[in-house]
Design a binder for this molecule. Structure first.
Ligand code: ASP
Ligand code: MG
Length: 422
């Protein structure tokens, strides 16, 4: 059993969906679980629907949803002939369910509605792709992943109930085992459901993680993430034209990269794979003959410098109010505040009577933290900063990237350097 995940970019046009079919036809004899994201920027568009709905702009929400509806219907019309009607019926069920909700008035918290609305993106895309593949002779069984992936009700960042989900996956694999081999189970990433049948989401870009959950529970031989890039690169090629493809990486290295903000793979993805030693392939769906990147437990030496830049950073300067040393007590209080506000600083620098925290600039979080911290510290906030991280750095490269920048903070270990700049 192999697990494949196709991201939104691999299904954002009719041609690309046809391409997914070509890739899957290369794996005819394999048992596959195929996870597919919402098409292109559908999730962003659905977020706008949720915002309009929650702001009480029902008409706007319905109108925005209408655009999404039409896009999917157009795609389905292009792709399908014999299976169009059946597909249309199923799409319509999803539309009706969402529109029904949009006609209501919001009475619960935003995150709940967000999940009920945003989950539709993956249901629509997988429905179309499933019918299309079946019409083209690539037999597959569509599954509503909300019947499998059970989560808690921490909407927008739901946590998986591994026991329940594990049992469901087991049932699924025995059912599939009775069918002819070569069948594909086709389902959604990113979404799940609570024990009260409310839809949940696992955090943006969470489909990689869903694929890893399946891979773990099915003891898959591998997981492949099909992307629109050659594999995992040492830097963003748009910013650094001499970025290199890294053919092999260790799980640990990828966890480090994700931690520092590399947008390669959803950070939660690695653990379920690492726990079972399941290799992760990152491959280019535009050219499946390219080798891509293999991520496994094998430790890889001599990696090139890996460059990660996080934009939109804020720096919070905290100054001890009574000029006393920043000791254990204020530090532990500060960590408590960070925990309560669910804030993960990207960098912390402590001094004798002051402390600096670099965080993603999310206005409401910064305000909350500044307000809470002002009880024990003088607080100053600086915005519009960028955080550069280089793993396996050399000083030459560091100078090359930062020579024209105004550096505010720098932290170095033997492996990693981080520089915050204006
Ligand atoms: N469609 C979701 C998103 O765009 C999940 C995913 O693609 O992984 O965040
Ligand atoms: Mg995606």
């Amino acid at each position: 059993m192999k697990v494949f995940k196709f991201g939104g970019a691999s299904v954002n046009t009719v041609e690309r969906i046809q391409h997914v079919k070509n890739i899957l036809s290369l794996y005819k004899d394999e048992k596959l679980v195929v996870i597919i994201s919402a098409m292109g920027k559908t999730t962003n568009a659905l977020e706008k629907v949720a915002e309009a709905f929650y702001a009480g702009n029902k008409e706007e929400a319905l109108q925005l949803f209408g655009v999404i509806k039409n896009q999917h219907l157009t795609t389905a019309k292009y792709l399908l002939v014999t299976h169009y009607n059946a597909c249309f019926e199923q799409l319509n069920n999803f539309f009706t369910e969402a529109e029904w909700l949009l006609h209501d008035k919001p009475v619960r918290e935003y995150d709940y509605y967000y999940d009920q609305i945003v989950c539709v993106g993956e249901l629509l895309s997988t429905c179309i792709v499933s019918y299309y593949l079946n019409e083209e002779g690539i037999r597959n069984k569509w599954i509503d992943v909300r019947d499998i992936i059970r989560t808690d009700d921490n909407f927008r960042d739901a946590n998986i109930d591994w026991d329940y989900t594990g049992k469901k996956v087991e049932e699924l694999s025995t059912v599939n085992g009775q069918q002819t081999t070569g069948n594909i189970l086709l389902t959604q990433g990113f979404i799940g459901s609570t024990d009260e049948n409310e839809s949940t989401t696992l955090g943006r870009e969470g489909s990689d993680y869903t694929a890893a959950v399946f891979a773990n529970l099915l003891n898959a031989e591998s997981q492949t993430i099909w992307k629109d890039v050659e594999g995992v690169m040492s830097a963003d090629p748009k910013q650094f034209p001499d970025a290199q493809l890294m053919p092999e990486l260790s799980f640990d290295e990828v966890i480090e990269m994700a931690y520092y903000g590399a947008q390669v793979i959803h950070p939660k993805t690695i653990k379920p794979l690492q726990n079972k030693g399941i290799p992760l392939h990152v491959k280019c769906f535009l050219d499946p003959s390219l080798p891509g990147t293999i991520i496994s437990k094998k430790q890889i030496k001599h990696l090139p410098p890996v460059v990660i830049i996080k934009e939109k950073q804020a720096l919070i300067h905290l100054h001890s109010q009574d000029f006393s040393f920043v000791g254990e007590k204020p530090m532990s209080e500060l960590y408590k505040m960070l925990g309560e506000l669910n804030i993960k600083p990207n960098l912390i620098q402590t001094g004798a009577i002051s402390l600096q925290l670099c965080l993603d600039d999310r206005a409401e979080k910064i305000e909350q933290l500044a307000a809470a911290a002002s009880k024990i510290f003088d607080v100053q906030v600086e915005k519009d900063l960028s955080l550069l991280t280089i793993r396996h750095f050399n000083n030459e490269l560091l100078t090359k990237i930062t020579y024209d920048k105004q550096v505010i903070l720098e932290q170095k270990t033997t492996e990693t350097v981080q520089v915050l700049y204006r």
